[in-house]
Design a protein around this ligand. Structure first.
Ligand code: ZN
Length: 137
């Protein structure tokens, strides 16, 4: 690609007013190869050139961070399932479970027993939530 950048040429820049990558006309140059200011062909505003690919990259980074926070239980669940060597058992409050067992729950789906406590309670990691269930009833 031999794209020439010079005053008066058209360039794709992120527009602060339109909040979109749009065609701009180069007003001046910082150096021979670095664009200085540009005028938006859509709203006529003159501002500093902003590389649209860099603007988009920033937005993507914040999106990934947000998604990770909400996926933490799913991550925990995935790790527990892959580590577990227990037999998959359908959940029933009358059955007995031990740490590491995989429970097939009719409502919550597959879960892994994280710990047993209070004699008849189990903490189970399901895909979307961690639940305390009863057993040995
Ligand atoms: Zn604009």
């Amino acid at each position: 690609m031999s794209e020439e950048v010079a005053v008066g040429k058209e360039v794709l820049s992120h527009c602060n007013k339109c909040k979109l990558p749009l065609a701009h006309i180069i007003v001046n140059m910082k150096t021979k190869t670095t664009i200085g200011k540009v005028t938006c062909k859509t709203c006529d505003a003159t501002h500093v050139y902003k590389d649209p690919s860099k603007v988009r990259a920033k937005k993507k980074a914040t999106g990934t961070r947000k998604r990770k926070a909400t996926d933490s239980i799913a991550d925990l669940w995935l790790e527990a399932v892959s580590k577990s060597e227990g037999q998959e058992k359908p959940y029933s409050p009358k059955a007995e479970f031990t740490t590491g067992d995989i429970i097939d729950h009719s409502k919550f789906g597959p879960g892994v027993v994280e710990k047993c406590f209070d004699g008849n309670k189990i903490e189970v990691i399901f895909r979307h939530e961690i639940k305390i269930l009863m057993h040995k009833l």
